[in-house]
Design a protein around this ligand. Structure first.
Ligand code: AMP
Length: 419
């Protein structure tokens, strides 16, 4: 077959069946878990004033290098969202909800990243946020929500990393210590890391380059710089996770890719994915972000999970398999009339998965299609059946028995055969 002139762009992908149905089921599962935990859905626009995202932190790659930003025809500077949290904060500032406000979302985000397995330019996320509470128990509940979701998917190889990034007041002391440390080891760092160091030493901790990582592994850790309050909150989060039996590892150098995090930060990794793309999701507290965006000084905590990567992890672990999409019934109609059309409609109205052939194909061709479809039952209507008010019912598995049933009772007949 000739290839069409256009192909999907780098970093994008077309989801076809059965992947599309799995994708949908995964989001549905997340929706159920989020709703059970008291979260309502939010559907923000995919693009915002570029300022909404720039405030996330200009030192992060997501904002400085990967943002899909452009001017629209009205001369507005806008950007496709690289993540949801900033939009959620903007929505809260604009619509003020009763606090604490618990909300979940699902949809695509966009980052001009280098495409590779598990890394796309358009990728989907599901996530949840709580605005308006400082209680560390909420941090625990957020982690528990994501944990439950992974468990329900059947993923058992997920590891949870947690850290505390301290309060805004703890940060400068730590940044100074980091700056001093990295400066003293400058000859071992990549050029890129040295550039990053000028803007934000925290980001150097996040460098995936092996040489940088060796140095970063010896850097001072934030937990040694926490205020008493931040330390107590972190202890409470860890105790909460213990109480729920959620295993975790404290990762003292976990900083996450965006600069707005305070206090609790966490990440979920899958052992079955390549190390560079093994993060299934992550999140944390962002107690100054809403204010930074021009809203009220409300704290927030949330997480996002990458749908594409989570499905890859499910593939690797051979869990969360596609559901059977084949029809239950195939209607074979060899009449001039509309019997086929009516019968298929009646079955579908009754909640039975039914399909048929088109284009007036022969009985033989239609039976072949019935076979190929994976349907359990073929219903055959020809002129004889129409004349006698019956339908021929053939079971497609086993010995392929055929019997006659009254047209008026066909839905009940099919139901009893399927059950
Ligand atoms: P982040 O806010 O960067 O931690 O993103 C949250 C989750 O979204 C990550 O853990 C990934 O699972 C997913 N994600 C982020 N960027 C990409 C990308 N470029 N392609 C696919 N998934 C991504």
């Amino acid at each position: 077959m000739a290839r069409s002139e256009f192909q999907s762009l780098p970093g994008t992908r077309d989801l076809l069946e059965p992947d599309a149905s799995r994708f949908r089921s995964l989001v549905d599962l997340f929706a159920v878990e989020a709703r059970n935990a008291g979260f309502g859905q939010i559907v923000p626009p995919m693009f915002e004033d570029v300022g909404v995202f720039v405030r996330l932190g200009e030192a992060s790659d997501v904002v400085s290098k990967e943002l899909y930003a452009f001017e629209d025809k009205g001369g507005r500077s806008i950007a496709l969202r690289p993540e949801f949290t900033a939009s959620v904060c903007r929505v809260y500032s604009q619509h003020r909800q009763i606090l604490p406000w618990k909300t979940w979302y699902a949809g695509p985000s966009f980052r001009y990243d280098k495409p590779q397995k598990g890394r796309f330019r358009q990728f989907d996320q599901v996530g949840a946020e709580v605005i308006g509470s400082n209680d560390p128990d909420i941090d625990v509940e957020m982690i528990a929500l994501a944990w439950r979701f992974f468990a329900k998917l059947g993923l058992t190889d997920v590891t949870l990393l947690v850290n505390s990034l301290g309060d805004a007041e703890d940060r400068p002391r730590y940044l100074r210590a980091l700056q001093d440390f990295f400066s003293s080891r400058a000859d071992e760092l990549s050029e890129q890391a040295l550039e990053t160091l000028k803007v934000n030493p925290l980001r150097v901790l996040d460098s995936k380059r092996p040489g940088d990582a060796v140095v970063a592994a010896e850097a001072p850790v934030l937990v040694d710089f926490l205020s008493d309050d931040a330390r107590a909150a972190f202890e409470r989060v860890k105790a909460g996770l213990d109480a729920l039996g959620i295993p975790f590892t404290v990762a003292p150098r976990l900083v996450r890719g965006l600069d707005y995090y305070t206090r609790t930060a966490f990440e979920f990794a899958s052992a079955s994915l390549d190390a560079a793309q093994n993060a299934l999701g992550g999140g944390g507290r962002y107690d100054g972000l809403i204010e930074n965006l021009g809203g009220p000084p409300e704290p927030g905590v949330g997480f996002a999970i990458g749908v594409d990567r989570t499905l890859l992890a499910c593939d690797a672990a051979d869990v969360f398999r596609p559901t059977d999409l084949s029809p239950q019934v195939w209607v074979v109609a060899v009449t001039d009339g509309t019997e086929g059309l009516r019968l298929v409609e009646e079955l579908r109205q009754s909640g039975i998965r039914a399909d048929r052939s088109f284009d007036g194909r022969s009985m033989k061709a239609q039976m072949k299609a019935a076979n190929r479809s994976g349907a359990e039952i073929a219903l055959i209507i020809g002129d004889d059946e129409v004349a006698s008010g019956t339908v021929s019912v053939r079971t497609m598995r086993g010995d392929g028995q055929q019997e006659s049933a009254q047209r008026a009772e066909i839905v009940e007949k099919v139901r009893s055969l399927l059950s």
